[in-house]
Design a protein around this ligand. Structure first.
Ligand SMILES: [Zn+2]
Length: 107
């Protein structure tokens, strides 16, 4: 699976966990559906494509402010839960995040 595909899956899972707990979305409420579509379109148009190291570092810089606030909240909420329900996916994500932090990116 490509990095982009992996990121898409991760972001979909995170938004799903968030919406399900916060908004009782089945699977997603309207707002979260929009956020999800936005996130996917950012991934599709990412200039780094599969070359880039890690999307979250990139997300927060290429999202427009309101979407950026939302996705940050989703990540904060779903990050720990992802570890619980999807440990393999979460560990991959954390691993990528550490690489970026080491490289000096600010999240
Ligand atoms: Zn929602």
């Amino acid at each position: 699976m490509s990095r982009i595909e992996q990121e898409k899956k991760t972001v979909a899972t995170m938004i799903g966990l968030y919406c399900h707990s916060k908004h009782h979305g089945k699977p997603l409420c309207k707002d979260c559906q929009m956020l999800h579509e936005y996130a996917l379109s950012r991934l599709e148009h990412c200039p780094f494509g599969n070359q880039k190291t890690f999307c979250q570092a990139c997300h927060v810089h290429c999202y427009k402010p309101e979407m950026r606030t939302k996705i940050k909240e989703v990540m904060r909420f779903s990050g720990p839960r992802l570890l619980l329900y999807h440990p393999v996916m979460a560990l991959k994500h954390l691993h990528e995040m550490r690489k970026v932090k080491k490289a000096g990116a600010s999240l």
